[in-house]
Design a binder for this molecule. Structure first.
Ligand code: HEM
Length: 524
């Protein structure tokens, strides 16, 4: 009995010790496991030292990520990794590695990471953020039909007319240069896409477009919403405690109120046989061919305006700031254009071929001021090996355009060694499809501005010292947008001012076709 009791005690003791050891093993396993979260797996590209659980989250740049990405590239090389908790992000910082990653491995590196706020606003329908797959392919095919090199030839009349309005507006109201450029770029995108010319900056469509953009960038900016993509549980915070959710809803509904009526105008023109050959009219008549629903047609329009309207304006603003900062380069460019064009006619797009110095300036502005300095992140659709390193499925991959371009030699390069297609348009299968439209706009307006106007620094009224715009005074988000800056802009001669007026008069019939695309309000 006693023996039996002892055996029972021993047994229960051994159960207790077994239980305790099991708990201890589980505890050690959990601690080791948690400790490993955030640490860099062996085969990954190198990167900054990590902390348990956080990885590199605590040092992940909250603002101007391109600067930190570029600083890290100097230490960790052309491809490095950042641990974001248990996840991994990859940063590519040389053109050679960008080619390997986005072109050679394009079949598996062309996805976009899931962006929860994008999902709330666009429900996966916007081209720049859409996931790689059949839906993206359909949208991209249609965008290509509008924006390929040949198709862009048919957009030249309206681009030329808009460029002549820009010159005229600057001549009439030089103090509103910044707004004139923004009107120009938005109106080109709206004319080509929806057949709508907006003759003034205070046009309701342009105002609403820029207001929606401002709100959307506010959501996207670092700190504009909690890190829902890293901690998906945050998605479930009720809206009353999550103001960013309300903002996403507002942007979505304002965008729909803006764009559905624009599509309806296209439908009306088709039905009343008053087509002005805008792209959305074409898509509406070929929805079956593109396998589009009406929502997809609308959101293709949204994508093209959002990606195309602001970007050309930003480039031209950076160009002017560059001219203000480098008067010697400006004088040499003006001498080149005077020798080729003279005083008796305006430059044409075709002239750019005879202006190698001006072409090189355009490349230099792209190099030193890439508009989207970290592009839009790509993502890997399967485990990959790139540059000899392991890239896990699902990792966001940043193309550090800033780092790539700032690794090249600064200066206006007329040797032709620098590629004609600057890296600032991204790469691989997601490369900017608007590159030809953008390039035509940029070339036309850069030539016009240099030919027609002198841009000079304003003087401080108190000290008389010139005020140089700060080229780093930009917004901070996916796009770097210069804040409004002061500049003195005056016509270079009376003959040129007269030609600008004549050219604008001559453009009026082209506008007529796009002016009657009246806006109807109040659709979904
Ligand atoms: C100076 C002007 C422009 C610059 C610097 C620029 C730059 C870029 C960059 C860096 C990307 C991301 C590429 C990548 O993920 O690898 C992009 C994507 C895109 N751009 Fe542009 N862009 C410009 C003008 C335009 C214009 C005028 C349009 C159309 C009207 C446009 C439409 C798009 C679209 C639809 C995408 C998304 C492509 C996709 O995800 O498949 N862009 N752009």
């Amino acid at each position: 009995m006693i023996g039996g009791h002892t055996a029972l005690i021993v047994n229960s003791y051994s159960y207790d010790t077994d239980g305790l050891s099991l708990l201890a093993i589980i505890f050690v396993w959990v601690v080791q496991h948690l400790w490993r979260i955030g640490s860099r797996e062996q085969a990954l590209p190198p990167g900054p030292p990590t902390l348990p659980l956080l990885g590199n989250l605590h040092v992940f740049p909250q603002t101007r990520a391109h600067l930190k990405f570029t600083e890290w590239a100097r230490t960790y090389g052309e491809i490095y990794s950042l641990k974001i908790g248990s996840g991994t992000a990859i940063v590519v910082s040389s053109s050679k590695m960008a080619r390997e990653c986005f072109e050679l491995h394009g079949a598996t590196t062309s996805d976009r990471p899931a962006i929860h706020v994008g999902e709330l606003v666009y429900k996966g329908l916007e081209l720049p953020f859409s996931r790689y797959g059949p839906h993206w392919r359909n949208l991209r095919r249609a965008a290509h039909d509008l924006l390929n090199r040949e198709a862009c030839l048919s957009h030249l009349p309206i681009q030329r007319a808009e460029a002549s309005q820009l010159m005229y507006d600057v001549l009439q109201q030089p103090q509103h240069l910044y707004q004139h450029i923004r009107r120009y770029a938005a109106s080109v995108a709206l004319s080509v896409t929806f057949g709508l010319h907006c003759s003034t900056y205070d046009n309701p469509v342009i105002e609403e477009f820029y207001e929606c953009q401002r709100k959307w960038e506010h959501i996207l900016r670092p700190g504009g919403h909690p890190p829902v993509d890293i901690f998906p549980i945050l998605k479930y915070i009720p809206e009353r405690w999550a103001s960013w959710k309300g903002l996403c809803r507002e942007v979505r509904s304002r965008q729909r109120e803006l764009y559905f009526p624009l599509v309806q105008n296209c439908i009306d023109r088709i039905e009343s046989d008053r087509r002005n050959h805008s792209f959305i009219e074409y898509v509406l008549e070929h929805e079956d061919h593109y396998e589009f629903t009406r929502e997809m047609t609308v959101y293709l329009g949204v994508s093209l305006i959002e990606a195309g309207a602001d970007t050309a304006a930003i480039f031209l603003q950076f160009f002017l700031i560059f001219m203000l900062a480098h008067p010697d380069i400006k004088f040499r460019a003006q001498k080149e254009i005077d020798d080729v064009i003279g005083d008796n006619r305006n430059p044409n797009l075709e002239d750019i071929g005879d202006l190698p110095y001006i072409k090189a300036i355009i490349n230099e502005v792209h190099r030193c001021r890439p508009i989207a300095p970290t592009a839009i992140p790509h993502a890997a659709t399967k485990d990959e090996k790139i540059g000899g390193f392991f890239i896990p499925k699902g990792s966001p991959i940043f193309m550090n355009i800033w780092g790539i371009e700032h690794g090249t030699k600064p200066g206006v390069d007329t040797t032709g060694l620098r590629s004609d297609m600057p890296m600032s348009f991204g790469g691989g299968r997601r490369i900017c499809p608007g590159v030809h439209l953008a390039y035509n706009s940029i070339a036309m307006n850069v030539m016009n501005l240099l030919w027609a106007f002198n841009v000079e620094l304003p003087k401080d009224p108190l000290t008389g010292n010139p005020i140089l715009p700060d080229e780093d005074d930009t917004t901070d988000g996916i796009l770097l947008t210069p804040k409004p800056f002061k500049c003195v802009i005056i016509p270079r001669s009376q003959a040129k001012a007269d030609l600008i007026r004549k050219q604008f008069e001559a453009a009026k019939p082209t506008f007529e076709l796009f002016d009657n695309a009246a806006l109807k309000r109040g659709a979904t």
